[in-house]
Design a protein around this ligand. Structure first.
Ligand code: DGY
Length: 321
């Protein structure tokens, strides 16, 4: 039986060439647009493996069609895999893989870019110059928040949090973190483990690096925001629904916190009403891993998971429990 791999969306090289070499046939939707769910459900039937992206909601109905049609692996081109119903996949005997590690540095760079941009009003300043509104230096003009010497609170201390912590050390920041598991690598960087409420009440910058799970959905809600300092800045490069976006807009409007730098949103590609009107925000369109090098590495990692599985080996980045 020939081994066919279904790829739901244009896959950057070298991922595509790895899949083409490993499979007998490739059904590649070679356009940079997400396919409708019905079409994914139809085309996955008879494929041995599927490569999908975070824009594809791989729910139980797609997985049932996949399992019935003989598909045994769903390889996500992302570190996060909240777009896939992993419990249903596991129940149906389908393996799910992700692409951890390769996007760590790019995502940490972007988190740090947001820290600096919000704290030092970089985007706002750029807009002032472009509209010709700069009237000259003043000792009180566009004052921001000092990054050097401030405290960075990392929530969800995995690889990306560690990479952000390394950058923060170079900026002379004090580090605290909160997570469910011990984080020796962060502690080795001088970060102190604290309870969530302590972190919220102490940090000048709260940076989110937790996966989206039922436990972390709306982790940053109205009461968490109320605990943050009025001078504090929230950074989210993890997943949008970790933050209650409507509560965030309210907190920003009321000056409960000083600002926010967001790369991810609750209902992408949309964002909560009112967010765009908050001047103390920097809003990016989910660019965490968006460098040519990193996107190539993510595609190659997804392809390597597929290739291993087609050879009858255990894929290196399994996420099924
Ligand atoms: C991921 O891999 O989870 C990122 O959000 C993709 O940009």
């Amino acid at each position: 039986m020939p081994q066919r791999v279904f790829i739901t969306r244009l896959l950057p090289d070298p991922g595509l060439s790895v899949v083409a070499a490993a499979a007998d046939e490739v059904d590649h939707h070679a356009l940079d647009e997400a396919l409708p769910a019905d079409e994914i459900r139809r085309r996955v039937v008879g494929a041995s493996a599927m490569i999908c992206m975070l824009t594809d909601a791989i729910d139980a109905t797609i997985l049932e069609a996949a399992a019935q049609g003989g598909c045994g692996l769903v390889a996500n081109v992302a570190a996060g895999y909240n777009n896939i119903d992993v419990a249903a996949a596991t129940r149906l005997g389908i393996l799910v893989t992700n692409t951890p590690g390769v996007l760590t540095e790019a995502t940490a760079d972007l988190a740090f870019a947001l820290i600096l941009a919000v704290a030092r009003r970089v985007v706002e300043g750029d807009r002032v110059m472009r509209r010709g509104a700069f009237t000259g230096w003043s000792p009180f003009y566009m004052l921001g928040t000092e990054v050097s010497g401030s405290t960075l609170g990392l929530i969800g201390p995995g690889r990306i949090a560690e990479a952000v912590a390394r950058r923060a050390r170079g900026f002379g920041m004090a580090l605290i973190h909160h997570g469910r598991r011990p984080a020796p690598a962060l502690e080795a960087l001088g970060s102190r483990p604290v309870a969530l409420n302590d972190l919220l009440e102490t940090a000048d910058f709260v940076s989110l690096h937790t996966p989206l799970t039922p436990d972390t959905h709306h982790l940053i809600n109205a009461s968490a925001l109320a605990r943050m300092k009025p001078t504090a800045i929230l950074i989210n490069t993890a997943r949008g629904p970790v933050v209650d976006e409507a509560a965030l807009v309210e907190a920003l409007r009321r000056g409960q916190i000083a600002g926010a730098g967001l790369d991810v949103y609750e209902r992408e590609p949309l964002m909560a009403e009112g967010l765009a009107e908050c001047p103390n925000t920097v809003l990016l369109p989910h660019l965490g891993s968006a460098t040519r090098t990193t996107r190539g590495a993510m595609a190659a990692t997804a392809a390597a998971n597929v290739a291993a599985w087609l050879r009858g080996e255990r894929p290196p980045h399994l996420v099924n429990p």
